[in-house]
Design a protein around this ligand. Structure first.
Ligand code: UT7
Length: 346
């Protein structure tokens, strides 16, 4: 039987600091009503004093390793999906590897909100070929550092979080069944940070013009997101000989509840087929899909033998989706402490 990447461990880390829509409305020209109606978001997490991309990733990774029953020394590869690094050089994966005490190779994928699914499919390749056995794939973002809190069209939409998954080979036919990766660079400027790179290096004028912050053409991105959520879901399920209706759970990128509701209407599927936590955490970019996946497992929404579909979309503009079948003998989560740190027996 073919080797496929299967989820064997999972963990998440959420900063304790909660920023509600009402909190934002105190200093930005917005309202809880507007944000709730247009996005479904009620609150988001924001990193606290001393929390870094590395520290959040390591906390999520420790839980994922504990669930899998392995140590950092057992890891063959660490892939980090991230667009909000602690430093521009080296990449966050190197800091995270060192902080974990791992000695394996580590690299970062910068594919915006699609990054973690890019990471999952990359890990799947290494596992399928037999090159690696234990691969840690982390999605982590402190996107708040790149938000312009004078721009109401972006600053209300994002939150900070980390989530991680340990992948190991399954040979019972379960694991990653199909995937689709995509990029449409012609739309790069619809969601970008215009300053701070080689074309427009950090300068006083970059800072004065607030070009070191995220800018988004929301309507264009929403159109793209809608199209890709539907086509990607249809493509990855068709490759698996299924339709979206055959999936037990769909985990869409948590950017906007309205986009998810529109997808459900177009596909004529009930909303309970879709996992939603955007109201609690907003858009956590590369952490969004793994965070939703971890919460779905913790809430018992994913059961042994289930088939799940994940679709992400975001800056690039990029998209990425995968269908996975959960093994029939997968471990279940025994208990979860207050901050969502998994404390498990397998
Ligand atoms: O992870 C990356 C993927 N990102 C996404 O998927 C985001 C996709 N885009 C969206 O989710 C939506 O386009 C937004 C939530 C960003 C915007 O919603 P919209 O319904 O498309 O609003 P809009 O851009 O058409 O703006 C409508 C109005 C405008 O005012 P005028 O020009 O009609 O007077 C905006 O200035 O809403 C205004 N507006 C706001 N008002 C209060 C925009 N942001 C806000 C705000 N509070 N935060």
């Amino acid at each position: 039987m073919m080797r496929r990447a299967q989820i064997k461990g999972w963990g998440k880390y959420l900063p304790e600091k909660i920023v509600t829509n009402h909190d934002l409305a105190r200093f930005v020209d917005t309202s809880d009503e507007w944000i709730t109606e247009r996005t479904g978001i009620k609150e988001r997490r924001q990193r606290g004093e001393g929390e870094t991309t590395t520290s959040m990733a390591v906390a999520a990774a420790h839980d994922a390793l504990a669930v899998a029953g392995i140590t950092p020394a057992d890891l063959n590869l660490i892939i980090v999906a991230n667009s909000s690094p602690d430093y521009l050089l080296p990449s966050p994966a190197n800091f995270i590897q060192h902080a974990l005490g791992a000695t394996c190779p580590a690299f970062t994928i910068a594919a915006g909100c699609s990054g973690w699914v890019y990471g999952l499919t990359t890990a799947h390749q290494f596992i399928q070929t037999g090159a690696y056995t234990n691969v840690l794939v982390i999605g982590v973002e402190i996107i708040s550092y790149a938000l312009d809190y004078t721009d109401r069209t972006t600053c209300v939409l994002f939150g900070d979080a980390a989530a991680a998954v340990v992948l190991q080979p399954a040979t019972d036919g379960s694991g990653v069944l199909t995937f689709e990766l995509g990029s449409d660079g012609s739309q790069a400027h619809n969601l970008w940070v215009p300053g701070g790179g080689t074309v427009n290096p950090v300068s006083q004028s970059v800072v004065d013009n607030r070009e070191h912050y995220i800018r988004m053409n929301g309507q264009e991105v929403a159109r793209f997101a809608m199209r890709k959520l539907l086509s990607c879901l249809q493509n990855i399920t068709a490759q698996a000989g299924m339709t979206p209706a055959d999936l037990d759970l769909i985990i869409p990128h948590q950017a906007n509840l309205r986009i998810i509701e529109m997808a459900a209407r177009h596909l004529d599927l009930p909303m309970d087929k879709f996992f939603v936590n955007v109201h609690k955490y907003a858009n956590t970019s590369a952490a969004s899909i793994p965070l939703a996946l971890v919460e779905a497992i913790e809430q018992g929404r994913i059961k042994p033998g289930d088939t799940i579909g994940m679709v992400a979309f975001g800056s690039g503009l990029s998209w990425a989706g995968a269908v996975m079948q959960v093994g029939v003998r997968e471990p279940t989560l025994a208990s979860v402490n207050g901050n969502g740190h998994a404390k498990v027996t397998i």
